[in-house]
Design a protein around this ligand. Structure first.
Ligand SMILES: NC(=O)c1ccc[n+]([C@@H]2O[C@H](COP(=O)([O-])OP(=O)(O)OC[C@H]3O[C@@H](n4cnc5c(N)ncnc54)[C@H](OP(=O)(O)O)[C@@H]3O)[C@@H](O)[C@H]2O)c1
Length: 279
């Protein structure tokens, strides 16, 4: 049966690829972004199954307006893809407090704003599927990724908990954990870098920035394939809670799982010693 999707950050990158895959599957799509003209430009073939709307996810009232307009136009929302996001990169001490707020306003609070606006309709329908774009950075931290990683760890904890709360209403939650995908993600048009400079960090910061910039447009992941995969997962009766996308994601997440397991085993006796009663 055909579905209605709401996709955030749909003008480019992974979001645009998801929109193309959903339209190709014959579904209806509310494609949202900060610049609706950019969305119209992104999809040459205009379709009556496509509704482009303005949505800056960091503005709570905009999410509710978009959901109201989507319901008015298509009558329901079956799939929400919380895709909008960007990376605030740089060492922690060189980032201004405003950069912390902005990173969380989009990647975490923005995702929650849209989820909060969509859930009442999904509960009424007793069905729905929410995809939250996390990252390998939501599983393991890395140098230069304190803020971005913190935001994606928040997305992980939020989604894993939300999945339990909404399962009784027939609503699924899937975390998509991409490795590096070839989009504008590391481009100056999307990524933001620290604005303060602290001499102690000069070498480290320069090295990190050069490494991020060197990866731009050379990432191993193909966003079109990921878009199709999200459409495939949306068609599953029992979708996964987590989906690692890409060989680099498999490697990074496997390494984290092993380090968690070996860390637990190494300290197990002491960990158990803090209970009132020893087992
Ligand atoms: N590409 C990767 O390597 C990678 C890896 C792991 C996770 N991810 C995640 O995948 C998602 C999509 O990233 P991408 O690779 O497609 O990057 P991208 O090509 O830079 O696209 C990011 C999209 O997010 C939108 N956006 C940013 N802030 C927004 C806001 N406040 N409100 C609404 N839209 C906003 C942008 O809109 P504008 O066009 O208006 O700027 C753009 O459409 C992000 O959540 C990212 O963290 C990406």
């Amino acid at each position: 049966m055909s579905k209605t999707w709401l996709v955030t950050g749909a003008a480019r990158g992974i979001g645009a690829a998801v929109v193309r895959a959903a339209l190709a599957a014959g579904d209806r799509v509310v494609a949202t972004g900060r610049d609706p003209a950019g969305i119209s430009r992104a999809f040459e073939a205009q379709s009556e199954r496509l509704l482009p709307l303005r949505l800056d996810v960091s503005e709570p009232h905009e999410a509710q307006d978009v959901v109201d307009a989507a319901l008015e136009h298509f009558g329901g929302i079956d799939v929400l893809v919380n895709n909008a996001g960007y990376a605030q990169l740089g060492v922690f001490e060189e980032m201004e407090p405003a950069a912390v707020s902005a990173q969380f306003s989009t990647n975490v609070f923005g995702l929650m704003n849209v989820t909060r606006a969509v859930l009442p309709q999904m509960r009424r329908q007793r069905a729905g599927h929410i995809f939250n774009l996390s990252s390998i950075a939501g599983i393991r931290g890395g140098q230069g990724g304190t803020l971005y990683s913190a935001s994606k760890f928040a997305v992980e904890g939020f989604s894993e908990s939300l999945a339990l709360e909404v399962a009784p209403f027939g609503i699924s939650v899937t975390l998509i954990e991409p490795g590096y995908f070839r989009t504008d993600f590391l481009d100056a048009s999307s990524a933001r870098f620290a604005t303060r400079t602290i001499p102690d960090y000069a070498d480290q910061s320069a090295r990190l920035r050069a490494a991020f910039e060197a990866q731009n447009r050379k990432q191993p992941g193909d966003p079109e394939k990921l878009g199709c995969l999200v459409a495939f997962l949306a068609s599953q009766d029992k979708p996964p809670l987590r989906f690692a996308a890409g060989s680099d994601a498999i490697n990074a997440i496997s390494a984290k799982a092993e380090s968690l397991s070996s860390g637990l085993a190494a300290w197990q006796a002491l960990s158990l010693s803090t209970d009132w009663r020893q087992p």
